[in-house]
Design a protein around this ligand. Sequence first.
Ligand SMILES: [Zn+2]
Length: 283
Amino acid sequence: MEITPEMLTQLSTYTRREFTADEVYIFRVRLCDNDIDRDGERFSLKALDELCALFEGKTGIFDHNPSGEKQTARIFKTELVTDENRTTAAGEPYTSLCAYAYMIRTEGNADLIREIDGGIKKEVSISCTAGSHTCSICGKDRRIAPCTHIPGETYAGKVCHVVLSQITDAYEWSFVAVPAQRNAGVTKHYLDSKSADHDSQLFHCQRILKQIEERTRKEVVGLQCVNSGNASAKAFAAAAARMDLEELLALRDELETTLEKKPERQLSDNRQNESCIGEFRIR
Ligand SMILES: [Zn+2]
């Protein structure tokens, strides 16, 4: 992306000194849009407008990406982009919230920058609070007055979905570099309680679940090594990186059962392969 003097001025709001175009890396991400997502929900145009203001200055992390560990990027500019040639399932012009984020180039993030430049498909996950969740068919707020309409079902030719609006806070965004075969797109997590305490508890739970997922992933790869040796470890680790917690837990059970059935001698042979086990051992 070509870095303009205007961009450098905009991002200097967030830095202690001015940086030159060579010193920074800038990339653009689509945070979310007004289309109905896989959960049968969509943001209203006003919600996108609110998110547009709230995400400016927010720091994002690089999730599930070894070269992105401990790296952060900050959004310095957000904008709503409308595609007049594309209409959403709800009949609105397709509008997305796009953000420009920057990182200061360092030796430590050179690999990560190469990966982003290399066109790895990107999935952005955002966390925000939506104060209103209305049914598109009857207009009732589903949390206050639940109705009988089911998102995804059609009523008099209209697909029911939930409209998210009244965004009161945006918490964070994360940038997930995923292998090409996985469905890329935008995923959102919203916290629907008005109580800040409740919100932070939910957020805490999400974080813990993420940690459990990471641990289980390491465990599964370790177990696979014990089972089949080091040879296929890399390919297996890549496959495990695409599994969600549910899949990982099921696979762990399966591997543990297989391991219990293995003859003792073979097991101890494989266990001698310390370089393999050590690499994936859980701290
Ligand atoms: Zn309804």
